[in-house]
Write a protein of this length. Sequence first.
Length: 102
Amino acid sequence: LIEIFKTNSPLVDNLIFPANTEASKWTAAFRRIFLQSITRTIHIEFVGAPPHFCFEEYEVRLLDETGIELLHHTTIKAKDMKKEIIDGKEIYFGEYNFTGLE
């Protein structure tokens, strides 16, 4: 449940909107992962959530081989993602290059 209180608009005070329960169950998936050892770069592409889930941004993390230590991270805004039409559906994809890796 998303609750909105004390807005600047007198017409929108104390509104309650139901949240999309499916959005909380959504899990990201990688579309492509390219390892470029010469340039020490990892290029990733990931599939974004359906637009009606209203995600604003995605955090991308690169962890060490144990999965514990955070090596690099970034945030990708949903508005900066690419859109493709696949089988008549809008699919959003994010991209990022992890550079300067050791």
